[in-house]
Design a protein around this ligand. Structure first.
Ligand code: SAM
Length: 264
């Protein structure tokens, strides 16, 4: 792989706290019934590997490989989950695998971070055996909703949309998944959707804490400042707005996701 592609969130601990909370139940239920013992699975953009490892448990004694464009996160995945899956540095745009190599190629929250998601889906299809499955799930930031209204959170979203657009990434990927998958040449496609909700004190505190920290400490804040979209003082205000929202007993946040299962 040449240069690491720019990933808007980076892999600060505040980001990994969120990625490490992902399970089949909260993030891959749409594909769960397709998992069978003995399957060969590739998890592209595997991040810290928590989902990859859980999938490996379901398909044992199959083979599961996670790849990610970030060396640091791949090393962490290998350290934490190398007993159940293999992890390697790799780019979904140019997968280092033969054609027809896997029964399932999975991508969770990855296509939204690519400038050529249709090409990535074609590449995922290339390494999937005929009749095998390409499965992808992406959030749709533009469809996220929260109450009560909060200017700081509105600004958080505006900044996120602007910084992802600046990277040629689509933060509203969820709504485009069907079209992208069709454009990649698939014809047998099942589309579903699912949500994360934050509507009680514990989940509000967790979700707002993750975002307040990410705004201040992760690449989100660094890119916003670097690209002249916000000052550090504004980021402080956005983080405070997240925490204010969490303190509201009527605080509600809806995070919608779209999922596709496409037969290769
Ligand atoms: C939102 S994280 C998702 C991680 C994991 N799938 C999960 O859901 O917890 C997106 C991941 O995609 C990786 N990524 C971004 N561009 C990539 C590329 N071109 N090839 C492979 N991985 C990439 C990032 O490094 C990051 O770890």
């Amino acid at each position: 792989m040449t240069a690491e592609p720019e990933y808007v969130h980076g892999h600060h601990a505040s980001v990994l706290r969120s990625h490490k909370s992902r399970t089949i139940a909260n993030s891959a239920a749409y594909v769960e019934e397709r998992l069978r013992p003995g399957m060969r699975v590739l998890d592209v953009g595997c991040g810290p590997g928590n989902l990859t490892a859980e999938i490996a448990g379901r398909v044992a004694p199959g083979e599961v490989i996670g790849i990610d464009a970030s060396e640091t996160v791949v090393d962490e995945a290998a350290r934490d989950h190398g007993d159940v899956a293999s992890f390697a540095l790799g780019d979904v745009d140019a997968l280092d695998f033969d054609d027809d190599r896997f029964d399932l190629v999975h991508a969770h929250q990855v296509l939204q971070h690519l400038d050529r998601p249709v090409d990535a889906l074609r590449e995922m299809r290339r390494v999937t055996t005929p009749g095998g499955i390409v499965a992808a799930r992406d959030a749709d930031y533009g469809a996220m909703a929260w109450a009560p209204g909060n200017d700081g959170m509105d600004r958080w979203m505006e900044l996120y949309q602007r910084m992802t657009a600046g990277l040629d990434h689509d933060a509203n990927a969820g709504r485009h998944l069907l079209g992208w998958t069709q454009a990649a040449g698939f014809t047998d496609i099942t589309v579903t959707s699912s949500t994360w909700e934050f509507a009680d004190p514990d989940s509000r505190a967790w979700w707002s804490g993750v975002w307040a920290d990410r705004v201040l400490q992760s690449s989100y804040g660094d890119i916003a400042v670097r690209d002249g979209l916000a000052t550090r003082a504004e980021l402080d205000d956005i983080a405070a707005a997240w925490r204010d929202w969490a303190d509201r007993p009527d605080g509600f946040f809806l995070c919608p996701h779209v999922e596709i299962i496409a037969v290769a």
